[in-house]
Design a binder for this molecule. Structure first.
Ligand code: FAD
Length: 292
């Protein structure tokens, strides 16, 4: 497999798609069909989330294995420190390797619902930089590692500077790339990219983009991720009742974000496609993506 950092070298824009483990067999079939459709855009790799929003953790590696076999592309498993001891994290990583995971998106994870503070389990890890360290110490370079970055600052961080210091810990521990939380205003991303550079973080900073397909979803996701919805986008979506019209507006916004990112020479873009392909197809149609 291509090393993760190498995916972002050279001319052109590397794209990746993020999936989540479907709850049902039907959902899995739908996802597999959409994955096939998404391959037309020449993604460098797929990723699958782990336990996000309370979803089941055991299915992540099923998705990894299936997508790897179906596409022959590299696949990343996300992994969080939630509820697992160091030994259990290592067991997961061994199984991930066995089942074909090439990369790990190494995360701390969110505090449980109703609580604002993350609690490590006894014998577990407190921060994502410790997970990166663990992977590098136990698995050397067997996995490419991505970590999370926050253009609008992580909700628990004391301030932006401290958040960047903490991001640098993850990179210094051996992360190959930073993938950002979703955002709707590219200026937030450009500011973040510059700040990373000034803080001495010199790995690729890959923007994460979510094509929103209706206003309720946009609000829910923005609430969860603390991503600000620009007034103009909110007003435009609010002005139309119809789901199909909201879809058009949301997808067009993500398309304009993409075009602007391409003009600003990003090395890659990570798309939160939520197992769907219709929004991505509309958003990416006719754009020149991929490494040249
Ligand atoms: P950390 O980097 O550990 O940071 C957490 C907080 O602690 C920050 O405020 C940081 O500033 C601070 N901090 C970090 N290190 C230290 C330190 N050493 N000392 C003191 N303070 C520190 N969640 C899921 O459950 N499953 C997923 O699959 C998933 N995928 C994601 C993918 C991406 C690209 C992104 C951006 C997020 C994803 N998340 C996922 C959400 C993520 O788990 C949450 O945002 C979580 O609250 C923080 O995780 P982190 O890895 O960024 O934590």
């Amino acid at each position: 497999t291509t090393k993760l950092a190498d995916q972002y070298r050279g001319e052109g824009c590397t794209i990746s798609f993020e999936l989540f483990p479907p709850k049902t067999d039907k959902g899995m079939q739908l996802m597999e069909r959409n994955v096939e459709r998404l391959t037309q855009f020449g993604p460098a790799f797929f990723t699958c989330t782990y336990g996000a929003g309370g979803s089941t953790q055991t299915k992540t590696l099923d998705v990894v294995q299936r997508v790897r076999q179906a596409t022959d592309l590299p696949v990343a498993s996300h992994l969080t420190c939630v509820g697992l001891t160091v030994d259990q994290l290592c067991d997961y990583l061994r199984e991930a390797k066995q089942r074909g995971a090439d990369y790990i998106v190494a995360l701390r994870g969110d505090p449980p619902q109703g609580s604002t503070e993350f609690q490590a389990v006894a014998g577990g890890l407190r921060y994502a930089n410790e997970l990166v360290e663990l992977i590098r110490s136990e698995f050397a370079d067997e996995f490419g590692i991505a970590v999370a970055g926050y253009p609008e600052v992580h909700q628990e961080a004391i301030d932006a500077a401290t958040d960047l210091t903490n991001l640098k810990r993850k990179v210094d521990a051996g992360a190959d790339v930073v993938v950002t939380q979703l955002f709707y205003d590219n200026d937030d991303f450009y500011r973040f990219r510059d700040a990373c550079d000034q803080a001495g973080i010199h790995v690729p900073i890959v923007p994460g983009i979510l094509p929103v397909t209706n206003f309720r979803q946009a609000e829910r996701i923005a609430g969860l991720c603390k991503a600000r919805i620009p007034d103009q986008l909110a007003a435009a979506m609010n002005a139309v009742e119809d789901d199909a019209e909201q879809f058009e507006i949301g997808v067009e916004h993500a398309r304009q974000q993409t075009i602007d990112l391409l003009e600003n020479q990003v090395a890659g873009i990570h798309y939160y496609v939520l197992n769907k392909s219709d929004a991505a197809e509309k958003m990416l149609e006719g754009l020149s993506l991929g490494k040249v």
